[in-house]
Design a protein around this ligand. Structure first.
Ligand SMILES: [Zn+2]
Length: 314
């Protein structure tokens, strides 16, 4: 590591950043610079830490660990700074959240058939709780969602809102072998200590229980073509996984029968249009045309560089 910033807390105006080794192997030995920092703190707004927002192309300094095949932010903000940012984050994507919930629910029949029972399901980073509705529909009981954004929770349906706890996942709040299913969708990138958190998921799962993670794949064709203009290189993301790194993290946490595969998402056309790396002066009129013509609502299935990872506690 040659960058002196790595050792000392670096000021980013109102944000203090700390040195952070690879969050899987907890070492910097196999790490090299992937991309220098592109952060403008004056551009932060209430949507910067929101799910499925319009990309801002900001990211912290990114390193790549060759041993783990992981890209990660170093230096990075502290847990308490992140909690403050996410608590204030606005919820910007009700319709996309419904589509995402449907995509994830398609995996439930195969998972449910292997679970010991349907008592205890935890969805971390649940947003407006769109996936919790599917868990109810599949017959799960003792369902809990965790979400830091007050705005997102306020958008949950009245029957779902009481199931959502506000804040970050805290391992101390959950007993051993309490859940049959733990899910985490587009959230694993946001965790400051993903290895430690995955070990905690293993502890709180019952024997035979499943961990289901959906996340971005930095090795997907779209990411490789767009490089750091890909919307996955974002200031919210503390790390980005590949098939190899997601597998490694789950394996080291103790999971068995792990499968990591590309995920087919279905989103309305305007969601894809948001992600295209074009300047706002071109993108804004394009979005307006799509909305005016009704084309924005057409649902299109596509591989957009997401991975579904499922593992079981034997
Ligand atoms: Zn590593």
């Amino acid at each position: 590591m040659s960058d002196s910033n790595a050792q000392q807390p670096a000021r980013h105006e109102h944000m203090e950043l700390f040195n952070r080794p690879c969050p899987i192997c907890l070492s910097e030995k196999g790490s090299t610079l992937f991309a220098p920092s592109r952060v403008s703190p004056d551009q932060f707004n209430k949507d910067t830490f929101s799910a499925r927002k319009i990309p801002e192309y900001m990211h912290f300094r990114l390193l790549k660990c060759r041993c783990c095949d992981l890209i990660y932010a170093n230096p990075a903000p502290s847990d308490s700074q992140l909690l403050t940012l996410y608590t204030r984050a606005g919820f910007v994507s009700a319709r996309e959240s419904i589509f995402a919930g449907q995509t994830y629910s398609k995996y439930l029949p195969a998972i449910v058939s292997r679970l010991p029972d349907l008592k205890g399901a935890l969805d971390v980073g649940t947003g407006d709780g769109a996936f919790l509705e599917h868990l109810v529909r599949y017959g799960f009981s003792s369902i809990t969602g965790i979400e830091p954004s007050a705005d997102s929770i306020s958008k949950a349906k009245p029957a779902i809102r009481p199931l959502i706890k506000k804040g970050f996942f805290n391992p101390n709040d959950h007993g051993d072998e309490q859940y049959s299913l733990v899910s985490l969708f587009q959230t694993v990138e946001h965790l400051l200590c993903p290895m430690e958190t995955t070990r905690a998921f293993f502890r709180i799962l019952k024997k035979g229980g499943a961990l289901f993670i959906a996340g971005h794949n930095f090795k997907a064709l779209s990411s490789r073509l767009m490089r750091t203009r890909s919307p996955i290189f974002d200031v919210e993301h503390m790390q980005l996984f590949s098939k190899k790194s997601l597998f490694k993290m789950m394996k080291e946490a103790g999971f068995s029968d792990i499968k990591v595969d590309p995920m087919m998402n279905t989103y309305p056309l305007n969601y894809y249009a948001q992600l295209v790396p074009l300047p706002q002066r071109i993108k804004a009129p394009l979005m307006a045309v799509l909305t005016k013509t009704g084309l924005s609502k057409i649902a299109i299935p596509a591989y957009i560089g997401n991975l579904a990872a499922i593992g079981y506690k034997r």
